[in-house]
Design a protein around this ligand. Structure first.
Ligand code: KG4
Ligand code: ZN
Length: 347
């Protein structure tokens, strides 16, 4: 069986072809980054229009690269939420049209659930790692920070961000530092040559005794530090930053990683983590990957780090989450799939 995945929840137009075992045969991602870069963030209407323009070619390319024809597709999986509603509608409608026209089952996939299971996918056409329940998942992206326990038939939220998502914090700080959009990759690169312990920031907590994350305090503290140094958002060359600014960015990244690690460790102490699956755009971060891998070795917990091609938004993870749902015999009526901008994990 061939699974066709479609992802259009934000600013990447993506289509993927998987086989029935979850091998990724093709994963085509067309980024709209350039269209949004001059606004310093994603503009919803621009995103929806670009999806509409790009999706037909992206779909065709995925089928060609995957060596599949439309007739081979046995299951369609399209992101149904959460995300930008206009953007979601483009991909989901395309998927539904295909499913109706060919009489195929369709799974409307939760984008965050797609991220969650992406850590099991393998590159190079290899079969995915076995998914054994329960496992814990940490999804960190431009819109979300969620720590959950994943059981076979339910997802239990354990911690989420009260305000900014980590990727959002990276993006806002990078923009204010004049480093462009998206901010995560450039801060990641700059931080590698900095001293992350030079400016110790406090670990953000929700402040009410819950496990929730909070990154807005850190962001504000960091903005103040930038302001103090006269950094005003004018374009800077990341390769030519003053050493103090390099250390500041490294310290900011260290604080985000420390907050995430802190919560993982406390959940492990409370209920025991068997396997930790990291995912989301921020899962590409070098320090976060190294820190969690190191913690896993020490704690005796296998930590699955997604291949970098599966960290930022992509349709392979959507096809995979859809296939897992299909195997569990859950909801495959295309008429029942509706786009929703808000869709918390576990609901
Ligand atoms: O998962 P994703 O593609 O989109 C959402 O669902 O939000 O995540 C995008 C986010 C952006 O905020 C970007 O700055 C961040 O992931 N990101 C990173 C890195 N690469 C991407 N953050 C930190 N380090 C990176 N290497
Ligand atoms: Zn995402």
């Amino acid at each position: 069986m061939i699974v066709l995945g479609i992802e259009t929840s934000c600013d990447e137009t993506s289509a993927a072809v998987l086989d029935g075992d979850g091998r990724v045969l093709a994963n085509v991602v067309s980024s709209q980054m350039a269209a949004h870069a001059r606004y310093g963030g994603v503009v919803p209407e621009v995103a929806a229009r670009a999806h509409l323009e790009n999706l037909p070619a992206v779909l065709e390319e995925a089928l060609t690269r995957g060596g599949a024809r439309l007739e081979d597709v046995g299951l369609v999986a399209a992101t149904a939420g959460p995300g930008l509603i206009g953007a979601l509608l483009v991909g989901l409608s395309a998927g539904k049209a295909l499913a109706f026209a060919r009489g195929l089952p369709l799974v409307g996939v939760n984008h965050l659930e797609g991220h969650l299971f992406s850590a099991f996918l393998q590159p190079g056409g290899e079969p995915p790692l076995p998914v054994a329940y329960p496992f814990h998942g940490l999804v960190v992206s431009g819109g979300h920070a969620e720590l959950v326990r994943v059981e076979e038939r339910r997802i239990v939220p354990l911690a989420r961000t009260r305000d900014d998502a980590p990727g959002e914090a990276f993006d806002k700080i990078a923009r204010r530092a004049g480093l462009g959009y998206p901010g995560g990759p450039v801060v990641d690169r700059v931080a590698m040559r900095g001293q992350g312990d030079r400016f110790p920031f406090a670990i953000g907590r929700a402040g009410d005794g819950s496990r929730d994350f909070s990154f807005s305090g850190l962001k504000t503290a960091m903005l103040r530090q930038l302001e103090k140094r006269g950094v005003d958002g004018s374009r800077l060359d990341p390769e030519l930053l003053p050493p103090e600014l390099v250390d500041l960015l490294a310290s900011f990244q260290r604080a985000i990683v420390a907050a995430l690690l802190d919560r993982v460790a406390s959940v492990h102490a409370e209920e025991g983590i068997r396997v930790l699956a990291l995912s989301g755009g921020v899962a590409a971060n070098t320090e976060l990957r190294a820190t969690l891998a190191g913690w896993g070795l020490e704690a005796g917990v296998p930590v699955h780090l997604p291949d970098r091609t599966f960290t930022t938004d992509n349709a392979a993870m959507i096809a995979w989450a859809g296939l897992l749902r299909f195997r569990r015999g859950e909801g495959t009526d295309p008429a029942a799939a509706v786009a929703r901008s808000r869709w918390p994990l576990g609901t």
